[in-house]
Design a protein around this ligand. Structure first.
Ligand code: ADP
Ligand code: MG
Ligand code: MG
Length: 912
């Protein structure tokens, strides 16, 4: 019997199509994987009783099927689709393809996560020579009908016939959309019109005729004059666009899997372009740029679809709150149609309370009737993410744990970003004004295309991408750019949205810019800025300046929401966060960021300073112990001074000092001139010194005479460093300063190395404490940064008070590659998916991570409570921090600026 039912369920047709409309929906918000974000939320809104035009969602499974089935839709889809169209027709009281009163449809793509680069929407599907006369008769509005028709042709030819068909125009100008837009501009110019809305029914009718000719000529195929062909063309195009170049590129940047697939939403059209009692708009339940709890948006009368976002006309402010100095004269919905505004306001409130997060919504008003077309969690920059999370938690909408999980640790980085120095800004000459779409300051060289932005950034240039407006095709350049500046578009434009998501400085709608792509210059009020020239942006105010202005470092300490969120984070995290610092000023900066100790104080940097390098070189180049000790004795007081400064700054917090690590030749002179001077100061013959210098040459310094191997062969060196540390500690302690040194031996591979070095350090420590007649608590531990150390971590544990994972070297030696030479191949590996991520950025958990786990387990099998941490930049990378939490480390250590990010990631690790 079991067999029978199994067979039956296989036979039963899978549900490919989910209907929504008239307050009932097959789907719901939690079904994002199946219905995509847009479809799932449309269904949810319908169930909430919010007015949404009826329609249906074709599932992501159909997309998967489509690719398994040589890019054809599954057989049974047609039948299910017809049923849903019939339901839609019934609710709307119109029929798709009907010559008297035709129903028009929109075809909208919708992946799980909103994704630029996917097929955009095709609106007004179903307009054909058969249905147009009927619709004109029915609406008595030929202008509207031909406006809708030309929009259909533009969108359809662009996204279905060109992009989804994989046709790559040679330049932007050869693309079909550009050609059709140019045609509109031509008519407007001829007739001296200012806006698209000035075009008459007759103009539009003629344009539609011209469009057909241009489409046929450019794409080699006629625009389909059949409603069903249009619909299926649209559906297939959505599926094809999933594997389009741009969509794939975006998924790569955002690290989204290719096998999710996309859903397709087909929905009855409602029209914002039937005349002056119709409109369309975009809004956010809270201000996405500042985080302020205030309804925020833009709208346009007699407009359709993307008009607001595309910046074809200057969008109107939605309400009084949204008005700025530049837009205060424009009509707001709140003032013009207060009743409709109140209805919209009620809906936005309901949506935010329902989803418990800021929503980004789309609406259309047709003949003074309001329809909702989309809701989704709104993108926001770091600053507003933090403010919203804190304010929502305080108002009780969410709890503190949720508030913490809402903010991406990397978003904190934005607050830690620089801003334009106000004093300099006052004096600077302003080039132009625009809308402040992404806060913070940025300076860089102007580039005018996305490809240039990417190419220049690759060469190490800091660039600002300047465009009229951006589109999904620009995403790679936007990613590479430091900041984005556009001449068109509003606060909800593509550029603003994308920049916000990435926390980039961004200014949009800067209408004074006139970009000449051929000559590669921008004309601004009579001034010329060439590609490559420096400009500075103040993204918080929307101001553009010529040249380089001073940027002042960020000041998170004055941001009350940030401070509050961080105190919550500290309450939840269990990992300690330390910093890597080698100077008192670094140490102090890190303390401000919340560091709880120093996890790595490298001593070699101290050796490079001008007054010391000579002594260091003398030490290295002398061929006998006496000579070395003489040089070393010069270094001792200097090192002692360094350590005193750091201990004082850290006031009793643990300070892990790593004894000398790099190969000696790094300190040596590179030119004969320098060598000659050194020979003179050392009173040795030049030739002798030169020979010794050459003898120190190594083939693979990274795997050569470095780390504790230096200490093993020159114990006097490590003894001097230990002495400097202990004397500094004793002297401070005598003065009542609390100190807690942790002395760390680097690059141990065999327990005997550590055993010997530990003896050297302990001998010195005993002697120094005796001399000063005082006891200092200190520990001696080791870095775990070689595979052999991980494997024998139990043996090593006998002689170590603590472990600190050096994941840079551990990654190099586990992979058997040198990071400095990896630039030639590692990027290729990441780009082609051989590696998901650069293992020097985020810990390679399956390889390096397994070794770490082994070392933790073996180490603690000998010393159950041994303190273990990680130093090196992985310690400030959120995913690696979570990993360190999971394997039971006690602390992570990272550069001062990353400390808040690590603290926050540690809280998220504890809360998951
Ligand atoms: P995107 O994912 O790029 O936002 P959408 O599918 O939301 O694409 O559609 C683009 C534009 O078309 C939006 O402004 C949306 O409101 C509008 N639109 C989509 N479907 C309809 C419809 N059925 N009636 C009216 N406007 C629509
Ligand atoms: Mg949308
Ligand atoms: Mg190392």
């Amino acid at each position: 019997m079991g067999k029978k039912t199994a067979k039956k369920s296989v036979k039963r047709a899978r549900k490919w199509v989910y209907f929504f409309g008239a307050e009932k929906a097959d789907g719901k918000a939690t079904m994002k994987n199946l219905l995509g974000g847009k479809g799932a939320n449309l269904a949810e809104m319908v169930s909430l009783g919010i007015p949404v035009p009826p329609g249906f969602t074709i599932t992501t499974e159909v997309c998967t099927e489509f690719y398994q089935n040589r890019q054809r839709e599954p057989q049974r889809l047609k039948a299910q689709l017809s049923k849903s169209i019939a339901k839609t027709e019934k609710i709307m009281g119109k029929k798709f393809g009907d010559s008297m009163d035709p129903l028009l449809l929109s075809v909208r793509s919708g992946a799980r996560a909103s994704m630029p680069g996917m097929m955009e929407t095709v609106l007004n599907v179903g307009l054909t020579t058969k249905t147009i006369p009927g619709l004109i008769k029915k609406t008595d509005n030929p202008r509207f009908v031909y406006d809708a028709y030309r929009r259909l042709m533009m969108m359809y030819s662009d996204v279905v016939m060109e992009k989804a068909a994989g046709i790559e125009p040679k330049t932007e100008h050869d693309g079909i959309r550009h050609k059709l837009e140019a045609e509109i501009e031509l008519v407007k110019k001829k007739k001296r019109y200012k806006n698209d809305t000035d075009l008459t029914a007759d103009d539009l009718k003629k344009l539609c005729g011209t469009f057909k000719v241009i489409i046929k000529k450019t794409l080699g195929k006629p625009f389909p004059d059949d409603h069903d062909k249009q619909l299926w063309g649209g559906i297939s195009a959505v599926f094809s666009s999933w594997m389009g170049k741009r969509a794939i590129a975006y998924r790569k940047i955002e690290k989204l899997p290719d096998d999710w697939g996309t859903a397709v939403n087909v929905q009855a059209m409602v029209f914002g372009n039937t005349g002056e009692d119709s409109a369309t708009g975009v809004a956010f339940t809270r201000n996405p740029a500042t985080g302020e709890n205030a309804f925020f948006g833009e709208w346009l009368t007699n407009a359709q679809g993307e008009d607001v976002v595309a910046g074809i006309r200057t969008a109107y402010p939605l309400n009084i709150h949204t008005k700025t100095r530049d837009t205060k004269h424009l009509p707001s919905l709140e003032q013009m149609w207060p009743k409709l505004y109140k209805q919209l306001d009620r809906i936005q409130n309901k949506l935010e309370r329902h989803y418990k997060d800021m929503q980004d919504i789309e609406f259309t008003i047709e003949g003074k009737r309001l329809w909702m077309l989309q809701t989704r969690v709104g993108k926001r920059n770091g600053q507003s993410a933090i403010r919203m999370a804190v304010e929502m938690a305080k108002s009780g909408l969410i709890n503190r744990q949720t508030a913490i999980m809402r903010v991406n640790p990397n978003q904190l980085d934005e607050l830690l970003h620089p801003s334009v120095d106000p004093a300099e800004e006052k004096k600077a000459t302003e080039l132009a004004k625009g809308l402040p779409a992404g806060p913070g300051g940025a300076l860089g060289r102007v580039v005018l295309t996305a490809d240039d932005a990417e190419a220049w950034a690759k060469k190490g240039e800091t660039v600002i991408l300047v465009r009229n407006e951006t589109s999904p095709e620009d995403v790679h350049g936007m990613h590479a750019a430091e900041a984005i500046l556009t001449s068109k578009g509003g606060m909800t434009s593509h550029a603003a949205l994308v920049a916000r998501g990435w926390g980039k400085c961004c200014i949009v709608g800067c209408s004074a810019l006139h970009i000449d792509l051929k000559k590669k210059v921008i004309n601004i009020n009579g001034k010329k800025i060439k590609q490559g020239d420096y400009i500075t942006l103040n993204g918080s105010k929307g101001r553009v300046y010529e040249g380089k202005l001073k940027l002042t470092p960020a000041d998170p300490e004055h941001n009350k929401w940030y401070k509050e969120l961080m105190t919550w984070a500290d309450q939840f995290r269990t990992l300690n966060v330390r910093t890597n610092a080698e100077s008192p000023s670094d140490a102090k900066a890190a303390l401000k960021f919340g560091a709880e100790g120093i996890g790595l104080c490298r001593t070699e940097h101290m050796f490079f300073e001008a007054d010391r390098i000579t002594a260091v070189r003398q030490m290295i180049l002398s061929d006998n112990l006496a000579g070395r000790e003489k040089a070393i004795s010069k270094l001792l007081p200097m090192q002692k001074g360094d350590f005193k400064g750091i201990f004082k700054a850290m006031a009793g917090l643990p300070v892990t000092i790593r004894l000398l690590d790099p190969p000696l030749h790094e300190f040596l002179p590179h030119t004969d001139k320098d060598l000659r001077a050194l020979a003179k100061s050392m009173r040795v013959p030049f030739d002798k010194l030169k020979a010794r210098n050459e003898a120190l040459h190594e083939f693979n310094p990274m795997l050569g005479h470095r780390g504790c191997r230096l200490g093993v062969t020159y114990p006097e060196l490590y003894a001097m460093q230990a002495r400097a540390i202990m004397e500094a500690a004793c002297e401070l302690k005598k003065k009542g300063v609390k100190v807690y040194p942790e002395i760390m031996i680097p690059l141990v591979s065999h327990v005997n190395e550590l055993k010997d070095m530990r003896e050297v350090v302990l001998d010195v420590a005993r002697e120094v404490q005796k001399k000063y007649k005082i006891k200092v608590s200190f520990t001696v531990g080791t870095m775990i940064e070689l595979p052999r150390a991980c494997i024998t971590a139990d043996e090593i544990a006998e002689y170590a008070d603590f472990y600190s994972f050096g994941t840079n070297d551990l990654t190099q030696t586990t992979y058997g590659l040198s990071r400095d030479d990896s630039g030639r191949f590692l990027p290729y590996y990441v780009e082609h998916g051989l590696l998901k991520e650069d293992p020097f950025v985020s810990i390679d958990q399956e390889g390096v991570g397994e070794l770490m786990k082994m070392a933790v387990k073996k180490g603690r099998s000998v010393k159950g409570d041994m303190k273990m941490g990680i130093c090196g930049e992985h310690g400030g990378e959120p995913k690696s921090v979570v990993f360190c939490h999971d394997i039971g480390l006690d602390y992570v250590s990272c550069s001062p600026f990353r400390v808040p990010i690590a603290r926050f990631a540690a809280a998220q690790a504890a809360l998951r």
